[in-house]
Design a protein around this ligand. Structure first.
Ligand SMILES: [Zn+2]
Length: 200
């Protein structure tokens, strides 16, 4: 028997869904995976995990030193992006708050690198809170990508994984409607089971 921890770790290591490599916004939306049994694996669960997630996508340098407040900002943008993707997939109007959140993240001016003057060594520039600047930049890049994704021709291929309880989004290629072979296998097994029980 696998422990719950092993199970969550394994599921969290799911291969990227189609489209995530080109779209960091899609990757963000998929960073909290709903697992069978009502569990969730959150790849942004801790500041260290959030930092790793950003670093893997070249959105933050290693050792950026994210704090919980930064991880919270990312998780909050994730909810807004998920809401927009779900609205697009369902052909429904978006929540105005989600549109506003994406626009705010996109247009927030990153903390400026200020001019400082050392009595001995003279003028230099430094960012007062380098981590804040890193996170705001990452949020802006992801938000801009969300806007691109929703308005580009790719949006027509956007879909939700058709294998419950999976909650990931993907860009469809051909008829494939699952985010991973694992979800495809689970959906096929569920269909076979439904057929068997219907025959009994
Ligand atoms: Zn899936």
């Amino acid at each position: 028997m696998r422990s719950m921890e092993e199970f969550v770790r394994e599921e969290a290591a799911l291969p990227s869904a189609p489209g995530e490599a080109e779209h960091p916004a899609l990757a963000l939306a998929n960073s909290a995976v709903a697992l069978p049994g009502g569990h969730t694996a959150d790849l942004l669960g801790t500041p260290a995990q959030a930092e790793q997630w950003l670093a893997r996508r070249d959105l933050a340098p290693d050792g950026a030193g994210l704090a919980e407040v930064c991880a919270t900002q990312l998780r909050s943008l994730r909810e807004q992006v998920r809401s927009l993707l779900a609205s697009r997939v369902a052909g429904q109007p978006a929540l105005p708050a989600a549109v506003t959140a994406v626009n705010d993240a996109m247009t927030r001016v990153p903390t400026a690198s200020l001019l400082l003057w050392d009595e001995k060594t003279g003028p230099y520039r430094a960012t007062p809170h380098p981590t804040t600047a890193i996170v705001e930049h990452a949020l802006a890049v992801i938000a801009a990508d969300a806007a691109d994704l929703l308005t580009s021709p790719d949006a027509a291929r956007l879909t939700a994984c058709a294998s419950p309880p999976c909650n990931r989004f993907l860009l469809k290629h051909g008829r494939r409607q699952w985010c991973s072979t694992r979800c495809g296998d689970r959906a096929r097994a569920a269909r076979a089971y439904a057929r068997r029980t219907a025959m009994e």
